[in-house]
Design a protein around this ligand. Structure first.
Ligand code: ZN
Length: 81
């Protein structure tokens, strides 16, 4: 069976979509897309705190999605772990 791989924007490891959290822009704010249903570009990150922190520290989300992450984005993602 074909398993689509996506790259974690923090550590650049490729992993199956199900093992990553997708972040997408909604009304110009980057939010976690738990259902994977938001249209447009997505940024993926591993389901681990190190990668989420790296994503925040390097401001990768804002750069890749060209919109501001919501203030709660990283906290919400850590709660999803
Ligand atoms: Zn990662």
């Amino acid at each position: 069976m074909y398993i689509p791989l996506r790259m974690c924007a923090a550590c650049r490891t490729h992993a199956p979509k199900a093992e990553l959290i997708r972040i997408a822009a909604k009304d110009n704010i980057a939010v976690p897309d738990a259902a994977g249903k938001l249209p447009g570009r997505g940024v993926y990150v591993c389901k681990n705190a190190d990668c989420i922190r790296l994503l925040e520290k390097k401001r990768i989300v804002g750069r890749q999605l060209k919109c501001e992450p919501s203030r709660e984005l990283y906290k919400v993602m850590e709660d999803m772990l």
